[in-house]
Design a protein around this ligand. Structure first.
Ligand code: IMP
Ligand code: MG
Length: 178
């Protein structure tokens, strides 16, 4: 099936918003260090840009959980594919995600990370689709709330494609010619 991508949020809009979130985090964590936990692969572009905009000391770690595969619907099955390298004990953790959709991935992940002795665990997501929520998740920092559409770019993929787009786009699936 062919598909094409339409711009939803331009590169400038995304960059400006990430700058604002970075400033807000820098204010909220003044005098502390933050430990950013990136959920691979989608959040990697966001996390790098965000980290550059935070002025308090930052450390980074990465984890990978299974999500969509080649489909556009959440399976509800969450599996840790790659765990963190370092313990979270006494750290001020911010989990950095690309998008919160049903909330299944994050609710599982946050519960698991909160059991590891961090001082606190907050959630920062570039995108939020509140209309799609199945499991309640408290989001502390949100880039943009977006409508229920499948989006790509800035790290987000459709079947591993389009992660490298510098903007956020909506995927339109073209139906075959009649
Ligand atoms: P949730 O568990 O349903 O909240 O799904 C979260 C994960 O699903 C995200 O980290 C993404 O990997 C993926 N996902 C959800 N919506 C989209 C989308 O619109 N585009 C690309 N990936 C998405
Ligand atoms: Mg994905």
């Amino acid at each position: 099936m062919a598909e094409h991508v339409e711009v939803l949020l331009s590169e400038e809009e995304v960059d400006r918003r990430i700058r604002e979130i970075g400033e807000q985090i820098s204010r909220d964590y003044a005098g502390k260090k933050v430990h950013l936990v990136c959920v691979l692969k989608g959040a990697s572009f966001f996390m790098c840009e965000l980290a550059k905009r935070i002025t308090v000391p930052v450390s980074l770690d990465f984890m990978s959980v299974s999500s969509y595969g080649g489909d556009t619907k959440s399976s509800g099955v969450v599996k840790i594919v790659k765990d963190l390298d370092e313990p979270l004990t006494d750290r001020h953790v911010i989990v950095v995600e690309d998008i919160v959709d049903s909330g299944r991935t994050l609710s599982y992940l946050l519960e698991m990370l909160r059991s590891r002795g961090a001082a606190d665990v907050k959630l920062c997501t570039l995108l939020d689709k509140p209309d799609r929520r199945v499991v309640d998740v408290r989001v502390d920092y949100t880039g943009f709330q977006i409508p229920d559409a499948f989006v790509v770019g800035y790290g987000l993929d459709y079947d591993q494609k389009y992660r490298n787009l510098p903007y956020i786009g909506v995927v339109n699936f073209d139906s075959p010619a009649q």
